[in-house]
Unconditional design. Sequence first.
Length: 201
Amino acid sequence: MIESLFATQVYGADLNLDVKTMIPECYRIQQTTESEKQSNQGGFQSKHITPQKYKHPLFHQLGDEIMKHACTYAKALGFKEELMPHLEMQMWININKPQAFNNPHVHLGSFFSGAYYIKASEMTLGFENPNKLTPYAWHYHKKYFHDSATTAETCFCETIANRIYIFPCWLTHFVLPNRTKEDRISISFDVTIPENTFVGH
């Protein structure tokens, strides 16, 4: 018998939003605001705002979709039902021009993190194995096993338009350089719990 202990689960789903109509709004925001300087290298990142502050109604719908899937993910991980009404979310736009990328990082201070892809066609979203001892313990024996989600130092998820991924905020992730000739457009988000929500419980 083999049991999976301390598993790291990444949630993925395909939405059905009209992503083509969201692209002009992303470029409008890029042209009217200064880029944030975070993990992005060569790419644009907008400020963190709630879905309701976007002018385009599809961003409001996207916010609803993210929260729905975040609750599904939370339940699958074993979180209690009483948590769900307290979840909040902020999101931001990423536009990675050719060769732009994002360094490895985490989103501590949130609960879940995630990304929704508006325009993408590569397998570029990478995750580092959270068991930091794995690469050191098995490095010299790699010729004896195939990389898997258990043994690999990094794993990648397919990034295509209308796909959403949600993962724990502490999971180190990164984005490979854009090797295409077109911009890669995505929306990242953090699902959080307001401070003092459960004070006294």
